[in-house]
Design a protein around this ligand. Structure first.
Ligand code: CP
Length: 311
């Protein structure tokens, strides 16, 4: 008998279209996986015989491996497609690659790609469920869901929480997805960064260019990776000056509420956007907790989407 979830769609592409009830559905379903992941034996047979493909056209450590761990703990077979050795190099188009893999009857395609909107395009031509694991600067839904789960575990609820998201907002799919999810859950969001790294059309948040003002009364300070490949020289003079003004250290964290927590989606540039010691300080940093919650949320995503595909 299939379950009826509050999230009843086959794909997970963007947070923009998620309702509060749908977000809560993923968070609630993750709870049982948090418990399973603490056990000695973590394997279940819920998705026995199901097939999941990881298709990463951009580098990844956390997202790719946590989807692999999640799928295997649910009993599914996961195939990591080695994109750099694929027939894309012989000129095959991305959409032809996807229809080829779709002909092998997969249940889920997990896609990371630099092109914004590509997961949506793929979802329209395949019968498998599609999960957007990051599409350019657009969205990274499972990252925002795992961030919300991390916050829920630490604070209990979202109401009255004030969160500062700091750094390169302009290029950040993590910021975009988090703003959508956290505002729907009732959080107030400040975004903080150099004017050159804040989108002109940003909505639903307050914008600050000073860490002192932007972190005031915040419960969480979420730092973002400076995308060195795009940023340095074009948007920011150099890493040292950036760290002095926008890098989070203990002194700047004092602008936030007493006992405020630090988050970062990773990978981090230590001592560029975050002080190395602070990043490792488990009394203030939730960074490793975010990774742990990532496995639980991705288990919930796989379960819910495959369930919905079968209905
Ligand atoms: N946060 C995140 O997406 O990390 P990876 O690039 O390592 O997957």
């Amino acid at each position: 008998m299939k379950k009826i979830f509050d999230y009843n769609k086959k794909h997970l592409i963007e947070c923009k279209n998620l309702t509060k009830k749908e977000i809560q559905c993923f968070l609630k379903e993750s709870e049982k996986y948090i418990k399973i992941n603490k056990k000695k034996i973590k394997k279940t047979n819920l998705l026995n015989g199901r097939t999941v493909f990881n298709l990463f056209f951009e580098d990844s450590t956390r997202t790719r491996t946590s989807f692999e761990v999640a799928a295997k703990r649910l009993g599914a077979d996961l195939i990591n497609v080695s994109v750099k050795d694929s027939s894309i190099n012989k000129g095959e188009t991305l959409l032809d690659t996807m229809t080829t893999i779709n002909s092998m009857s997969p249940d889920v395609l997990i896609v990371r790609h630099p092109e914004e909107g590509i997961s949506l395009k793929i979802s329209k031509i395949v019968s498998a469920c599609v999960i957007n694991a990051g599409d350019g600067s657009h969205e990274h839904p499972t990252q925002a869901l795992l961030d919300a789960l991390t916050i829920k575990k630490r604070f209990g609820n979202f109401k009255k929480l004030k969160i500062a998201i700091c750094g390169d907002i302009l290029h950040s799919r993590v910021a975009r997805s988090n703003i959508e999810i956290l505002t729907k859950l009732g959080c107030k969001i400040n975004v903080v960064g150099p004017k050159s790294l804040i989108p002109k059309d940003i909505e639903k948040v307050k914008v600050y260019s000073s860490m002192k003002e932007g972190l005031k009364n915040c419960d969480i300070v979420m730092m973002l990776r400076i995308q060195k490949e795009r940023i340095i020289s074009k948007y920011v003079p150099n890493e040292k000056i950036y760290f002095e003004k926008y890098g989070l250290d203990y002194n700047k964290l004092d602008y936030a509420n007493k006992n405020a927590f630090v988050m970062h989606p990773g990978p981090m540039n230590r001592d560029v956007e975050i002080d190395s010691k602070l990043a490792d300080d488990v009394t203030r940093s939730l960074i490793q907790e975010q990774v742990t919650m990532g496995v639980a949320i991705r288990m919930a995503c796989l379960e819910i989407l495959i369930n919905n595909k079968d209905i």
